[in-house]
Design a protein around this ligand. Structure first.
Ligand code: FE
Ligand code: FE
Ligand code: ZN
Length: 277
């Protein structure tokens, strides 16, 4: 069965998020753990969480893919921003334990002129200070488009981060199709080659989730502008090969396409129809 969902609005809590996912016929979803632009997180409503667990069990939800706020930059040149990223990340990991055994995806960061090696060092330092042996959440490094000074647009950079993390069994990767395309990996004409390369550099066992997006820009553009499925430079056929690839087809696919709820429901139906069991 295709595991698919979209990035729902988190403002109404967990039950509301589950309902949005179910309305679009999804069986997983992504959500921001707090306001994507930063700020304090809402207190967790335990009743809401308990009701959510019931809905998730009844409907056979697959693992959720939470997303950290965009404002976290673990490798900013500004020490205060690095501290803010670390404290927020640690707090989010505590909150994630209310919904155990899921994923927490984050953008590795932008080195803001410090250079990619310093960036890799600071990102792994943060992970070493926040990851705990007993946590049930797997944190996912997202593959990035390579916009500005973003770290993580090359598989080798993600590998280097993972290599420096002590509790690396708690670390995986989320592949964003728009981002890798924008980063120069040709998933349209050579999906097999890209995945073979991913496997040799990082290991496909680390790949835990896919952000399924089309791209407004051509291969290697380093722009990061998402398009609706089939309406960008990746195209519907290539996206169908992604969801049906033997190395990927059991992973959760999360839509981050520019859509309203009806649009997500349409894309989910379209992808389910294209999925070969
Ligand atoms: Fe993201
Ligand atoms: Fe993404
Ligand atoms: Zn993006």
């Amino acid at each position: 069965m295709l595991k698919i969902g979209y990035h729902v609005s988190s403002s109404g809590g967990f039950v509301s998020m589950a309902k949005q996912a179910l309305d679009a016929k999804g069986n997983t979803f992504a959500f921001f753990t707090r306001n994507p632009r930063g700020g304090a997180a809402k207190t967790i409503d335990e009743g809401d969480v308990a009701a959510f667990h019931k809905i998730a069990a009844e409907n056979g939800f697959y693992k959720l893919v939470a997303h950290s706020p965009y404002t976290l930059n673990p490798c900013s040149h500004d020490e205060h921003l690095r501290e803010y990223a670390r404290d927020t990340f640690a707090d989010d990991l505590l909150r994630m334990e209310y919904v155990p055994n899921n994923y927490y995806n984050f953008h590795p960061g932008a080195h803001t002129g410090q250079g990619v090696d310093v960036g890799i060092e600071q990102i792994s330092d943060m992970l070493n200070s926040v990851l705990k042996e007993e946590q049930t959440t797997t944190v996912l490094l997202e593959t990035m488009a390579g916009k500005g000074s973003e770290v993580g647009s090359r598989f080798e950079e993600l590998r280097a981060i993972i290599d420096k993390v002590e509790l690396s069994s708690h670390v995986g990767v989320c592949l964003d199709t728009c981002h890798v395309w924008d980063g120069g990996y040709d998933i349209v004409n050579d999906l097999d080659g890209v995945l073979t390369h991913f496997d040799s550099v990082i290991g496909l066992d680390r790949l835990k989730a896919i952000h399924l997006n089309d791209s407004l820009n051509p291969l290697g553009a380093h722009k990061d502008r998402h398009a609706k499925i089939g309406e960008g430079h990746i195209g519907f056929e290539a996206i169908c090969r992604v969801i049906n690839h033997p190395a990927l087809k059991e992973l959760p696919f999360i839509l981050e396409t520019p859509n309203d709820e009806a649009g997500y429901a349409r894309e989910i139906a379209m992808l389910k129809a294209a999925y070969k069991e």
